[in-house]
Each structure stands twice: as structure tokens, then as C-alpha cells.
Design a binder for this molecule. Structure first.
Ligand SMILES: *Cc1c(COP(=O)(O)O)cnc(C)c1O
Length: 426
């Protein structure tokens, strides 16, 4: 199928004669078979088919196939959340004793997953600046490193990753690059085209776009040659005794090994499956993703441009705003736009941020981004509330920082709302 717009609307599901036009919600935990022999073949991965929704469900598979098409991958799977997607993507190729390198500018939940929870499981990590040079990246790798991880546009710092540089570093060290592409979505950036091997998403954000269903996804580019690095990836390259001695990389090749293993081992043992109903909501969001993203980006740029000129504002971060530190990278990787999230710092600090947000009428205070409705958050009084002023400063989160996620309302109305709320902090 050709353009990304058409794929947003139609990829993943093609009904036959007399079948439903919209993807059916297969609201069933299980599937019926005539003989145990038929079902046994499915358990042995000898035949493909459905037997239990924790492992696979047709509705989820239609939507995963659409995501594979959008990102340009060979296989994909849905998970119950973005957190589950990033956990599975890493844990599918890392065992206790292994190590990963990650950009330090990533979502807080992912930072915690890598630095605390994976650490407890024996997987260690080294964080690098998203602006690290090739030499600095090389220095972070160890003999037991199994993956490099980063975010295309980081939430909430809005740094832009030089994907090609990170992909080259990963491949020099014989490991895959995993990219969380939540903020730009495949409409604005397809990391696989720049060398990424595995792409993850919190579909909760723009893909859903309406704030209705938490979800995640993993997409495999199908390019990483696991067998060429078999010593590093025994889980993919040696027989899985819990699956009748199947060697995933041999049986399913580069195109299918990663997602098949992730489904048949991690989803089997850890759960975290998306519900078919939520997959259906996600698909509704995807059908208009290519129409919504340009509007989010346009509103983000209009709001960022307004804020930059305002006397109460100390600094603005928006990669697509000329003069932003990441402007050149943003234009290279996302010439059409990135996302609608803008971060800015008020001169008046914490008190000004609180007064500003209290006075907003259109933008609601929420722990969320990437919704059709504009929302905002002051990390110092919410997500990072436990930190002192000194700790906030050290983490690069000034007390007066506000993150605003521009929705799909009119830019004029949003700016008018922001302008009147800024009056209150003068
Ligand atoms: C929100 C988010 C996540 C976590 O996703 P959930 O769906 O909330 O579990 C991961 N990565 C990024 C970039 C996010 O914005």
C-alpha cells in the first residue's frame, strides 16, 4: 500500500465478500477446535491460528499489522501499555548479567524501568546524553551490552535523538537500536528508515489521540541478524525448551523471530495483553492519525512562537521552533513536524506556574499528553513533587516549568487562553 495516509486508514485489515467493513471486535478469550491434535499444532507453533487471547486475538492482530505497515516493519504486537512495550522489547533480548545503553533523556517511567526495575532483575545500564558523540557512545558499550535505547522526541525534555548516529553506534557494537517513537508517531518519523531495529510506542498518546485507552506496541524492522550475533542472543538463537526446542531465529528468520519469541514467551508468561476492545479504540484513532498530527504540530508551533515573545516567559523548548537547540535534527528527521507538546519556563517560578495554570480555561491540568483536548502539567507540583528546588534544578526541571500538550482546538483560542492566564502572573 502506498502513502502513509492511506495506510493509516486501511492497512492491516481487508474484509472479504460480506464481511464487516470495520474490524470486528473478537470479544472472546478462547477459540474452539474439533480435535486436540489441531490445537496441539498451534501450541507447537506448527500451524498459525488462535487458541487463547493472552497469546493472540484477531482484533489485536489487525491493528498490529496496521502498525507494522505504518512503521515499515515486518511484524508487530500490541501490549497493554507503553510501559509493557518497552519492558518486553528490552527483556526479550536481555537476561540477568546483560547490560543496556540508554539515552538519559527519556520518559520518567522508562528511566525508572531501566535504572531500578531491570537492575533488580540483574540487567544493568549505562545512561548517555542524547547529544553524546560517537566516541562517548562507544565508551558506554561493554562486552555484555545487548541493546541501545532512545526516544525520537523525548517526553518531557523534547530533545531530539540523532537516530542515525545512535543506529551506527549500536551496529558497530553488534546490538539492535530500540527507539520509542511515541511522540512523533510514524506519520512524522519512521525510525526504521534511519536504521532503528525495534520501534516501541505508548499508543495511549497520539495514536489513540482521544484519551480513551492505555496501550502499547512493539514493531520489528526485521533486519537485525540475530544469528550473526548468536553468542549474545541465546534466547533467539538456541532451542527454546519451553517451546519444544524451537530456535526462533532459525524457524522464523530475521523478519519474524523477535515478535514470535516476545509473544510466545513473554506474553505467555507475563501477560500484559491488550484487550480487543481497546485495540478497536486504538484503530479508530489510527484512522485519523495522519489528519490529526499536522494540526497538533501547527498548534504547538503557534503556541511556542507566542510564548517565546512573551515577557513573562523565560525559555521555550519546541524542536520545530527556529532557534531551538534541536531545530536542525528536528528538520532532518521530521520535516513535516514533530508533535504538539511545548515546554516553557515562567520567570516567576513555581508560584507563577501555579497561578498561570489555575487561570487557564481551555487547557486542563492533567497527567497526560497527546490528547485531542489541550492539557498541561507543572512537573514541580505534580510528577516531580517529592523533589526539592535543588533536586529539580539538578534534574533540569525548573520549578516554573510548564509542559503544555496542544490539542486540536483552534490555535487562536488556545493562544487567547494562554495570554489571559499569563496576565495573572505579571
Ligand atoms: C507515556 C509514555 C510511555 C509509557 O506509556 P504508558 O502507555 O503510559 O504505559 C512510554 N514512553 C513514552 C515516550 C511515553 O510518552
Amino acid at each position: 500500500m502506498s502513502s502513509i495516509d492511506t495506510r493509516c486508514v486501511q492497512a492491516g485489515y481487508t474484509p472479504g465478500n460480506g464481511e464487516p467493513r470495520q474490524i470486528p471486535i473478537v470479544q472472546s478469550t478462547t477459540f474452539k477446535y474439533a480435535t486436540s491434535e489441531d490445537m496441539g499444532k498451534l501450541f507447537d507453533l506448527e500451524a498459525s491460528g488462535y487458541f487463547y487471547t493472552r497469546l493472540q486475538n484477531p482484533t489485536n492482530d489487525y491493528v498490529a499489522a496496521k502498525l507494522a505497515s505504518l512503521e515499515g516493519g515486518t511484524a508487530a504486537m500490541l501490549t497493554s501499555s507503553g510501559q509493557a512495550a518497552n519492558f518486553f522489547a528490552i527483556f526479550n533480548i536481555c537476561n540477568a548479567g546483560d547490560h543496556i545503553v540508554a539515552s538519559s533523556s527519556i520518559y520518567g517511567g522508562t528511566f525508572n524501568l531501566i535504572s531500578v526495575t531491570l537492575q533488580k532483575m540483574g540487567i544493568t545500564s549505562t545512561f548517555v546524553s542524547p547529544d553524546a558523540t560517537a566516541e562517548e557512545l562507544d565508551a558506554a558499550f561493554q562486552p555484555n551490552t545487548r541493546a541501545l535505547f532512545g526516544e525520537t522526541i523525548a517526553n518531557p525534555a523534547l530533545t531530539v535523538l540523532d537516530i542515525e548516529k545512535f543506529a551506527d553506534a549500536a551496529h558497530r557494537h553488534g546490538v539492535p537500536l530500540i527507539i520509542d517513537n511515541t511522540f512523533p508517531t510514524p506519520v512524522n518519523c519512521r525510525p526504521i528508515e534511519w536504521g532503528a531495529d525495534i520501534v516501541t510506542h505508548s499508543t495511549t498518546k497520539y495514536m489513540d489521540g482521544h484519551g480513551v485507552a492505555v496501550g502499547g506496541a512493539i514493531i520489528d524492522a526485521g533486519r537485525f541478524d540475530w544469528m550473526a550475533h548468536a553468542d549474545k542472543y541465546p534466547g533467539l538463537c538456541t532451542p527454546d525448551e519451553s517451546y519444544h526446542g524451537i530456535t526462533y531465529a532459525e524457524k522464523f528468520g530475521k523478519e519474524g523471530a523477535f515478535i514470535t519469541k516476545c509473544t510466545s514467551q513473554l506474553m505467555r508468561d507475563l501477560g500484559c495483553i491488550q484487550s480487543p476492545q481497546h485495540a478497536f479504540y486504538l484503530n479508530l484513532g489510527l484512522e485519523s492519525l495522519h489528519v490529526r498530527m499536522p494540526k497538533h504540530c501547527e498548534n504547538g508551533l503557534a503556541v511556542a512562537s507566542f510564548l517565546k515573545e512573551h515577557p513573562a516567559v523565560k525559555a521555550v523548548a519546541f524542536p520545530h521552533l527556529e532557534g531551538d537547540k534541536y531545530y536542525d535534527l528536528a528538520m532532518k528527521y521530521m520535516p513535516k513536524g514533530g508533535c504538539g507538546v511545548v515546554s516553557f519556563e515562567l520567570k516567576g517560578g513555581r508560584a507563577a506556574a501555579e497561578a498561570f495554570m489555575k487561570n487557564l480555561k481551555l487547557a486542563a491540568i492533567e497527567t497526560h499528553v497527546a490528547d485531542a483536548r489541550t492539557c498541561c502539567l507543572n512537573p514541580a507540583t505534580s510528577t516531580h513533587r517529592q523533589m526539592s528546588e535543588e533536586q529539580l534544578a539538578a534534574a533540569g526541571i525548573p520549578a516554573g516549568l510548564v509542559r503544555i500538550s496542544c490539542g486540536l482546538e483552534s490555535a487562536e483560542d488556545l493562544i487567547a487562553d494562554i495570554a489571559q492566564a499569563l496576565e495573572a502572573v505579571k
